[in-house]
Design a protein around this ligand. Structure first.
Ligand code: PEP
Ligand code: MG
Length: 860
């Protein structure tokens, strides 16, 4: 009999922080099909694996990715960090314990590099299993919950009578049967040896057979039906293993096991998981997907559009580094050489870059010059590291620090750091061009992830589309793809990695689907559609040069949002009737001192000239505590979005505002420029700025007045629009911030992105109120936030009384084409219906129907 206390349920505590997930969601049938045992998985946010209970470590492969504990009562618990992590061969794992050691619940076992795994593993999901056949099973587990290390995770209890354990132990030791019978020696061909997955597959093929089978290797014998025993053999690729089988179907069993061991690739394992992971976690976890001809793989839209082309898998990204250096002075100058090579290349690229690309390049340049990063690398070199190793370590420890902040927006910074790490490592290896790949025509690039510098290094004229297995829709590379007009889907899952170069693809980044080899007919139809779109866009661009009226004759002014000279030129080409929002931040960021009045004046004057006399609406500096500026040290803020932002910052540093106002007032011809104030909440702020405008005007001797308008982007200003209208010359509704503050959802939060829709009826009611107040006081009212570039929103905005839109330059031709088809009457009807809807989805559905168009909305 088993002693009483050994029959009591045993509590397992969480070995990792993260989200507890049903096993069915693990994208590997070996786990989701419970071939190895029952339990659950953890989607980790932490990177240290702790013991789930007291026990002895009975299996701990050299790859350190998995560890099995045996409790005193005999339960075997497997902790398997990530999926397909055995292939990392220990890279990114650090063991704190040894095989055979006894550990206590909560003890630190293994630390792993979460970032490396996120990029290289099929999934981070970490199964915690009670091993099949150990005589125990979970009786209760805590699923679909956020968990911290040490929280109760599972209760397990014995499943069968006492005595089963001893039989199991005998089986494991290979002591049962098979003393006689057939034997065959084979060499293990499996790339990663006999680890958990093939062990489970061996056990599974033997399930339908009666034979007793064992495997012998390294003087150890294991029952082939015991996955734990098989893993403990420690058989690697190339090792010789003897298969011993006895019983009626011994020969069949022997053949089956031999076939598994000698296959170069592991078998797929069987049925697919039954449930898809949630969208929020899609980018990292996927059910296996087919990549057969005629199938379609769903992804998340990062940049809309349609593309027809061929699959081109991106070359490998990791750059190998040797740890040991060849002397401090040699490695120091190697690092300096690599950094200056990257600096020169970035500076050259910046000179030619578009606005979006330039921002990213400047972020990389700033990181490259980061004194702390360089100092950390140099001190590692002083300890004997190579230049490459030191740089990589320094970058990785900065990433750790960023991650520890727990701010999702820092993910972008992590991407930038990884990108820079790669650029310097390539330069250090003397192989700076290795990342640049010759592309065939109509390339649809396939990659796990893509870094901005990799995208910028590709020949965009040959790039028809981008498909990423991982990645998020708000990453820098997604923004860049959208700015370059390249359709892109992200989070397609690991299946796309299996796409063979040259496979015909139809990338429908309007519907979020990648069609694999969809057949000649569909490809031809898609090509025809692309040609039609090109013709239509060319016609729209030509027509956009004319002023815009609705079908029933209402004049609607269509302006552009710009942030650089290049964008002003693009705006003019696309038919913008002026600039409704100049984001002046571009002049103030990424520099050590503020731009002088003369410098600002020259920039504004140049922009005014590019717009050839059309209105230029200059927004005063809209900066906040979330964008650090060295010359503007701000008090630390717990919640920068609610802190010193927009006009508040300007009134806090009136010297900067005064300079900016003077620079604007100097632009000729007088009358072309308007001043726009961001983040207004009441009339007092407007009065303060107006007083400064008047002061500057009299200092400059300018007699002509200048219009001073305000952004309506706080719920306060929308609700107070009637009284604010008495102080302001015009309104411009900033729907990006208005939505963030109305819905109390951070506009940069990746998890909330899908729900942050400015078509929410609450936002629309604020817009309606603003428009009413503007009309009552005969003030112009524009929308300059992202909603103005969203074609589904256009009929609703017009119906709410907005007769000026300021949009991203590229969308203006489509916007004008749509406006020409609408009437005020139908827009009014749709707007009234929209105000009565109960959700953003319902409003959007209305808007999509009303805008009845070929192309989809764009986001800014
Ligand atoms: C807005 O908030 O809608 C807006 C146009 O301003 P920004 O996006 O620059 O904050
Ligand atoms: Mg704003």
């Amino acid at each position: 009999m088993r002693p009483i206390e050994k029959l009591r349920p045993l509590v397992l505590v969480a070995p990792l922080a993260g989200w507890s997930t049903p096993l069915a969601e693990v994208p590997d049938p070996v786990f989701s099909g419970r071939m190895l045992g029952a339990g659950l998985a953890i989607d980790p946010t932490g990177s240290t694996l702790h013991a789930v209970c007291d026990g002895e470590i009975i299996a701990f492969p050299e790859s350190r990715h998995a560890l099995t504990l045996r409790t005193e009562a005999g339960a075997d618990i497997l902790m398997h960090v990530g999926i397909d992590t055995v292939g990392l061969a220990g890279e990114g794992f650090e063991a704190h314990v040894n095989l055979g050691q006894r550990v206590t619940a909560g003890q630190r076992l293994v630390t792993f590099d979460l970032d490396l795994l996120a990029r290289r593993a099929k999934s981070l999901l970490t199964p915690i299993l009670v091993m099949e056949g150990c005589g125990f099973a979970p009786v209760r587990s805590v699923e679909n919950r956020e968990i911290r290390v040490g929280d109760v995770l599972m209760e397990i209890a014995p499943v069968e009578e006492a005595g089963r354990r001893s039989e199991s132990a005998q089986r494991e030791a290979g002591e049962v049967g098979n003393e006689t019978g057939e034997r065959r020696r084979v060499r293990v061909a499996l790339e990663n040896g006999i680890h958990a997955r093939p062990a489970a597959q061996i056990a599974r093929v033997l399930k339908g057979l009666a034979a007793e089978v064992s495997l012998a290797a390294h003087d150890r014998l294991a029952n082939a039906r015991s996955t734990v025993a098989l893993m403990k053999l420690g058989a690697h690729r190339g090792d010789e293993v003897e298969i011993r089988a006895s019983g009626t179907d011994a020969a069949t069993a022997l053949d089956a096991v031999a076939a598994l061991l000698t296959a170069a690739r592991e078998a797929d394992g069987g049925s697919s998981p039954t449930r898809q992971p949630t969208a929020a976690r899609l980018s990292r976890q996927h059910a296996p997907m087919e990549v057969r001809a005629g199938t379609a793989v769903p992804g998340i839209i990062a940049s809309r559009g349609l593309a027809v082309g061929q699959a081109v898998p991106l070359g490998v990204r990791e750059v190998a580094v040797v740890p040991a250096g060849a002397g401090v002075s040699h490695e120091t100058s190697e690092l300096e050489r690599a950094r200056s090579q990257v600096r020169l290349r970035l500076e050259a690229a910046r000179a030619l870059a578009s606005n979006t690309a330039r921002d990213i390049i400047e972020a990389h340049l700033a990181l490259l010059e980061d004194p702390e990063l360089a100092a950390n690398a140099l001190s590692l070199i002083a300890e004997g590291a190579s230049a490459g190793f030191a740089w990589k370590q320094a970058v990785r420890s900065s990433i750790e620090v960023l991650r520890a902040l727990g701010d999702p927006r820092m993910a972008e910074r992590v991407d930038d750091l990884l990108d820079l790490e790669r650029q310097v490592l390539l330069a250090a290896s003397g192989n700076a061009e290795a990342g640049i790949q010759e592309l065939p025509l109509d390339t649809i690039l396939i990659a796990d992830e893509l870094l901005p510098s990799q995208l910028l290094g590709l020949d965009a004229t040959r790039l028809a589309g981008i498909c990423l297995a991982a990645g998020g829709a708000t990453s820098h590379v997604a923004i860049l793809a959208a700015a370059m007009g390249i359709p892109a889907l992200v989070a397609l899952g690991p299946a796309v990695r299996r796409l063979v170069a040259g496979t015909a693809l139809l990338l429908d980044a309007d519907e979020g689907l990648l069609h694999i080899d969809p057949g000649a007919e569909r490809l031809a139809a898609a090509r025809r559609q692309l040609e039609l779109r090109a013709v239509q866009h060319a016609a729209e661009r030509e027509a956009a040069q004319r002023d815009c009226y609705t079908a029933d004759g209402q004049r609607i002014e269509v302006f552009a949002n710009i942030g650089s000279l290049a964008e002003a030129q693009a705006a003019a080409r696309n038919g913008a009737e002026g600039c409704g929002l100049l984001r002046t931040e571009f002049l103030f960021l990424e520099r050590e001192t503020p731009p002088s009045e003369a410098e600002q004046h020259a920039e504004y004057q140049q922009l005014a000239a590019a717009l050839a006399g059309k209105p230029l609406t200059i927004r005063t500096l809209d900066i906040g505590g979330d964008k650090p500026i060295p010359y503007l040290p701000m008090p630390a803020e717990e919640n920068p979005a609610l802190g010193l932002r927009g006009v508040r910052t300007s009134l806090w540093r009136p010297d900067l505002l005064r300079q900016q106002l003077r620079a604007i007032l100097g632009v000729r011809p007088y009358g072309q420029c308007r001043i726009l104030l961001p983040m207004i909440t009441d009339g007092a702020e407007i009065r303060s700025v107006r007083a400064m405008v008047e002061e500057a005007r009299s200092e400059l001797g300018r007699r002509e007045a200048i219009e001073v308008g305000v952004m309506i982007e706080t719920p306060a200003s929308a609700l107070m629009a009637d009284s604010i209208a008495e102080e302001a010359d015009f309104f411009s509704i900033g729907t990006n911030d208005l939505t963030q503050y109305t819905l109390a959802m951070d506009r940069g939060h990746p998890e909330l992105a899908a729900r942050l829709d400015a078509l929410h009826p609450a936002v629309l009611r604020l817009i309606a109120r603003t428009a009413e107040a503007a009309h009552a006081h005969s003030r112009r009212v524009a929308v300059c936030g992202g909603l103005a570039s969203d074609l589904a929103a256009v009929p609703i905005l017009i119906g709410l009384g907005v007769h000026e839109l300021s949009a991203v330059p590229s969308v203006i031709p489509q916007l004008k084409a749509l406006l020409r088809k609408l009437t005020l009457e139908e827009c009014g009807r749709i707007a009234r219906q929209a105000l009565e809807q109960r959700s953003a989805e319902a409003v959007r559905a209305l808007g999509v129907r009303a805008s009845d168009r070929d192309s989809e909305p764009q986001s800014v």
